[in-house]
Design a protein around this ligand. Structure first.
Ligand code: SF4
Length: 439
């Protein structure tokens, strides 16, 4: 069997326009990282920022299967530099896989035992050292990711798409909620608005370098109500409170279902600048099978139509729907070849980009408690991910679009977006905060 090193180096050679950093990062994201005890954090009491489990588990094992990493959390992210591939600064989200050939040992990343890069661990931010008046931590209430750029507000920790006939087949949000509860970890189902404001006040006070630039309001889909509110008002009330208390301090984003136009307008009126009505997978048949809840409650064509409606409300650059890169190749229903998968996804990119909408993606992590993770423990082929980066970059150029706003500076060595390397692969192009927040 081909070694992982040979696979990685072969792809670096065959796709010279994709930065080497992206090849390494995609393989770490799709396959996970093993951690030597020396590279784990001291949880909330140490000097390293621990993994917050901000929405999904993003691990290749359940907590009891992670060994020491379940007791002493791994870092939220790592930064890679140098090594034989002379990597520029690369921020990678941590997905734990004790069986991975990639291993962090002390301050080194190794692949099959060979050193590949220097590893910098994220320092514990000052605002994580403070608690809310009720004793809750900032890490649980308002964790930051992307090396501190994004405050991730999963204000509703479960999804009302429930069970095999509704849950997206790659998603472990509901399982993750159960496992943290079972482990006795603090994990609030619905975060009170006041808690969120208090945590943000601590971030605002102690993030003296103003590293945090954006917040994302997100959580599961709301098909009925939460706290008596339907989805737009439930998520919108947080934005309204945040913007009233900290006007313009951060770029406000929301990840929610593709809602009718009047609801998109409500999000905007509440102070949201960027809307992510995630379409997950482009192909019609796969959408129905992989996101059955979205098909059932909204339907694919209506979902896409609402994305266009939202573009009229926010402006097309401020509607950034996500897809989960890799699930279109997942057995048993996915495409059998990389060519077919790339062709389908490119068709979707062209459909959106020709209308000025810039999708973005997250690299699929095959979590073991999901149907697709169980059937595909190794995820999608690395070559698929590399060719997708290439296809995305080409599509952006073909449609004369720039990197989407709200993600910091693009380009290898600059990018902070940690759950995909699409920003590492694009040319440097600083999208300013001013552009991200429309007047
Ligand atoms: S809509 Fe799908 S991806 Fe989003 S939380 Fe619900 S099940 Fe998960």
């Amino acid at each position: 069997m081909e070694s992982r090193t040979a696979l990685v180096e072969d792809l670096m050679e065959r796709f010279p326009h994709v930065p080497r950093e992206a090849v390494v990062k995609e393989d770490l994201l799709r396959g996970g990282i093993a951690f030597d005890d020396s590279a784990l954090s001291g949880n909330e009491d140490g000097d390293v920022k621990p993994k917050s489990y901000f929405i999904f588990s993003f691990d290749h094992g359940t907590l009891p299967e992670l060994g020491a990493a379940a007791l002493r959390r791994p870092p939220e992210e790592i930064v890679l530099t140098g090594g034989p591939y002379e990597l520029r600064r690369t921020v990678v989200s941590v997905r734990v896989n004790p069986a991975s050939p990639w291993r962090v040992v002390g301050s080194e990343l190794t692949l099959e035992g060979r050193p590949v890069a220097d590893v910098e661990l994220p320092p514990m931010p000052a605002y994580y050292r403070h608690t809310l008046a009720n004793g809750k931590t900032v890490m649980e209430t308002a964790p930051t990711i992307q090396w501190g750029y994004l405050i991730y507000l999963t204000v509703f920790r479960v999804c009302q798409y429930f069970g095999a006939k509704e849950e997206c087949q790659y998603c472990d949000i509901n399982h993750n909620w159960r496992q943290h509860k079972k482990a006795g970890r603090p994990y609030t189902g619905v975060k009170p608005v006041e808690d969120v404001l208090e945590a943000l006040a601590l971030i605002d006070r102690y993030d003296t370098g103003q590293v945090s630039k954006a917040y994302t309001l997100t959580g599961g889909s709301v098909t009925s109500t939460v706290d008596g509110l339907a989805e737009a008002d439930f998520y919108g009330r947080y934005a309204q409170a945040i913007e009233a208390r900290f006007p313009g301090r951060w770029i406000g984003k929301v990840v929610a279902q593709a809602l009718p136009k009047a609801d998109a307008q409500r999000f905007k009126d509440y102070g949201i600048a960027i809307y992510h009505p995630n379409y997950e997978v482009w192909d019609k048949r796969l959408f129905t099978l992989i996101s059955p809840g979205k098909e059932r409650y909204v339907g694919r064509e209506e979902w896409h139509r609402r994305i266009l409606d939202a573009a009229e409300v926010f402006g097309p650059r401020h509607v950034i729907p996500n897809f989960v890169a890799g699930v279109e190749m997942a057995k048993p229903h996915g495409f059998a070849t990389i060519d077919e998968a790339i062709a389908s996804t490119t068709e979707g990119l062209d459909w959106f980009m020709s209308r000025g909408i810039t999708p973005r993606f997250t690299t699929w992590c095959p979590e073991p408690t999901t149907p697709l993770g169980q059937a595909n423990p190794d995820g999608a082929p690395l070559e698929y991910h590399i060719r997708l980066l290439h296809a995305y970059r080409d599509a952006l150029g073909r449609h004369g679009l720039r990197p989407p706003p709200g993600y910091g500076v693009a380009g290898a060595g600059n990018a902070v977006f940690s759950v995909s390397s699409f920003m590492d692969t694009l040319d440097p192009d600083e999208v300013t905060v001013e552009e991200a927040v429309p007047a």
